[in-house]
Design a protein around this ligand. Structure first.
Ligand SMILES: [Zn+2]
Ligand SMILES: [Zn+2]
Length: 281
């Protein structure tokens, strides 16, 4: 099923493209469901820091919600959903929970981009990796993901091994093996808390040249009985809407997943990953 559950547009500080432009591209490419997952936090006016403000964020999501309501009738073959990408930072949890209570989201994805106060996936990432070896850099990242799972104020974990995006530049290709027991713990916690896993295909066009997470981790997720799985391209401009999507879909199949999860008002439903052609076609 052609679903893209991780998209940013002009309502993310780091995104571009109007809501109409994104819907048009999605419809042209034959997508059946898309979910806008703009960042809750916004870049400071100076552009050097991220700020989370409840009132500002709520207004931004409501504006997008109105645009979706206006556009939906024009696209009868495309379901357009309102989601959010929440950045886990201990000091933001309370505001994020309040945001969840005040906006009617279809899906919330949870992310870690900052570990011990340092950026790991954008901006000045070099400090984090330069001052740590691979074991510490990935280990601390996964520990922070575990803290996020403890909080659990979202539906699906975004880009589970995101630290490899820049980690591969410092340590070479990412190998999940040394972190298997830590990852096993994470996946177990996800299952016990009812949280899902995302296959994020932006990694296909970035340095790792493979989705987040890697096939090995996806297989571990399957063994751990993670039942909620989504797919998204994490596109920030309409021209990259479909980036890596086919690779992600194939990887889900290779890992043994035959279903994908759809969301509506944060209620989930599993559907076949591959839709069989109808009789007589
Ligand atoms: Zn992200
Ligand atoms: Zn994103």
């Amino acid at each position: 099923m052609r679903v893209n559950y991780h998209i940013h547009n002009q309502y993310s500080s780091d995104g571009r493209g109007s809501t109409a432009e994104v819907c048009e591209v999605a419809a042209e490419l034959g997508f059946e469901e898309i979910c806008f997952t703009n960042h809750a936090e916004a870049l400071s006016p100076a552009g050097d820091d991220w700020i989370l403000d409840l009132v500002e964020a709520r207004q931004r999501y409501e504006q997008l919600q109105h645009e979706i309501e206006r556009l939906q009738p024009e696209y009868p073959e495309l379901r357009i959903l309102l989601g959010a990408e929440y950045e886990y930072r201990p000091e933001w949890v309370e505001t994020l929970d309040a945001l969840t209570d005040s906006v009617d989201f279809d899906l919330i994805i949870g992310s870690v981009h900052v570990v011990d106060g340092e950026q790991i996936s954008g901006g000045a990432v070099s400090n984090y990796f330069k001052t740590r070896d691979a074991s510490e850099a990935y280990g601390r990242y996964f520990e922070t993901v575990e803290e996020m799972l403890e909080w659990g104020g979202f539906d699906v974990v975004a880009h589970l091994d995101m630290a490899k995006r820049f980690g591969v530049k410092y340590y070479g290709p990412f190998d999940a093996k040394p972190f298997e027991s830590q990852l096993g713990g994470l996946l177990e916690k996800m299952v016990s808390k009812g949280l899902g896993l995302e296959v994020n295909t932006s990694g296909v066009v970035q340095t790792p040249a493979e989705p987040y997470p890697s096939l090995g981790i996806l297989k571990l997720a399957r063994e751990a009985h993670v039942a909620t799985v989504t797919i998204g391209t994490d596109s920030h401009v309409p021209t990259s809407f479909e980036q890596g999507w086919d690779v992600g879909e194939q990887m889900l199949q290779r890992a043994g997943f035959s279903e994908i999860t759809l969301f509506s008002h944060r209620i989930r439903k599993s559907v076949p990953l591959i839709t069989e052609p109808e009789e007589g076609e």
